[in-house]
Design a protein. Structure first.
Length: 433
């Protein structure tokens, strides 16, 4: 009986690479690979493809130095154009449902598109954040069923979790160590060598795909837990009438005290990834109590921020009903247009439920996108002397440049500032988180 032969891996130097998903993760990847390889980028958002073809990136993750490589990219919104490539890198969103269950539908859809283009010897690398086992338990069966090819004989799989930090211009893709893995030792070596071509900081080859998947999941879960602890401290010290930032500054003088701060937790990573880990742990019969408690605390911070603001307004004898409130910042983090899972939307909704008249101001967001994704129509510019309260929700550099005098100039004579982000000196605000 003849044993079927194993298809050879692609030749690294001549590999034709296709990136599936051109958002915050996929576009920097595509630009990096385009410097050395024939690179194709697929995104189902036709408007996104048209914008990129015109040299415009709405994520703000590219600069002038990237323009020559953006022009060199082959772009399409048609999955049929994936045909003829050797390496497929999938970088699509992995969100959660409104019930906080993993939503793998974008990942499954991308796997289906890749499967239709799959040929013997191809390698499929996944970057999307998932729970341990998802690549081999969910994606591989889709690739096999649609392509008719056999896993680890005809095609191979790798996993290299994304580590993009939106809005960070000092730690770009090449500057961050990349975790790599593969479905066979040879595939793992190929994937690692491929990423070493574009990652100057180096790579870390994990022993298997599940390890790489788990590493990504706990990176953000660790941060979630630490921020939840700071939010717990903030609630505690508020009840004690103490300044949380002053306490953290004092504790921070010890060399091994971690510099986390309380606040709203949004974005596509910290507020989402722990749910993937929770799901898989519970499926295995383990209930991660600390991780779930951290999620409850951080998911409840919008309500806590509103409660603190209303208390500060009441102490200043400002009625909530009809009060003019300016919320400064809508994105989930500073100096970035990313609106994904922004908790600020929840803050605004609760304030409006209390009959406050709320304006949202954010110089980083596209107004149409903000309306579509968050249901918030931001104002173009706040009016001086117009507000009973200003809530600083995001520490954009434009707000920092305004300073205490510029921000307080937006208030009515008896108005207050509530600073969630510790942007201003403590003597310049009436309340802080």
């Amino acid at each position: 009986m003849n044993t079927p032969s194993i298809s050879p891996l692609p030749a690294l130097d001549s590999a034709r690479i296709a990136i599936v998903g051109l958002g915050y993760v996929g576009l920097p990847l595509a630009l990096a690979f385009a410097r050395q390889f024939h690179t194709f980028g697929l995104d189902l958002d036709r408007a996104r493809i048209r914008a990129l073809a015109a040299g415009h990136d709405s994520t703000g993750e590219t600069g002038a130095e990237d323009q020559p490589w953006l022009e060199k990219l082959h772009l399409s919104d048609d999955p049929a154009a994936l045909a003829g490539h050797d390496v497929f890198i999938v970088a699509v969103p992995t969100p959660v449902t409104r019930h906080k269950w993993p939503d793998l539908s974008p990942l499954i859809s991308a796997s289906e598109s890749v499967a239709r283009a799959l040929r013997p010897g191809n390698v499929v690398v996944f970057e999307s954040t998932v729970y341990p086992g998802a690549t081999e338990e969910v994606c591989v069966p889709v690739l096999e069923e649609i392509s008719g090819l056999k896993f680890n004989r005809d095609f191979f799989v790798g996993y290299s979790p994304e580590r993009i930090n939106p809005g960070d211009q000092t730690r770009r893709l090449p500057d961050i160590v990349k975790v790599t893995s593969g479905s066979t030792p040879e595939a793992a070596d190929f994937v690692d060598a491929l990423y070493r071509r574009i990652i100057s900081a180096g790579t870390h080859l994990a022993p298997d795909i599940r390890t790489a998947e788990a590493a990504k999941a706990i990176e953000n879960t660790q941060r979630d837990v630490n921020i939840a602890l700071m939010n717990e401290f903030a609630g505690m010290f508020a009840r004690l009438g103490m300044d949380t930032e002053a306490v953290l500054e004092a504790a921070g003088t010890k060399w091994n005290f971690l510099p986390f701060r309380p606040g709203l937790v949004g974005g596509h990573c910290i507020g989402v990834d722990p749910y993937y880990l929770i799901h898989k742990a519970q499926e295995a019969g383990y209930h991660p109590e600390l991780v779930m408690a951290a999620r409850r605390i951080n998911d409840g911070m919008a309500s806590r921020v509103v409660a603190r603001l209303l208390r500060a307004m009441a102490k200043a004898r400002i009625s909530t009903v009809g009060a003019r409130v300016l919320v400064m910042g809508v994105t989930f983090k500073e100096n970035c247009p990313d609106l994904r899972n922004s908790q600020v939307a929840g803050v605004i909704a609760e304030l409006r439920d209390c009959h406050a008249q709320v304006d949202a101001y954010d110089p980083w967001v596209d107004a149409a996108q903000c309306q579509a994704e968050c249901g918030i129509e931001p104002i173009a510019q706040p009016e001086p002397g117009h507000y009973d309260a200003v809530l600083i929700a995001v520490a954009h550099r434009q707000f920092r440049e305004l300073g205490a005098d510029g921000i307080r100039a937006l208030l009515k004579p008896d108005g207050i500032v509530f600073d969630v982000k510790y942007l201003l000196p403590r003597d310049a605000v009436e309340a802080r988180l």
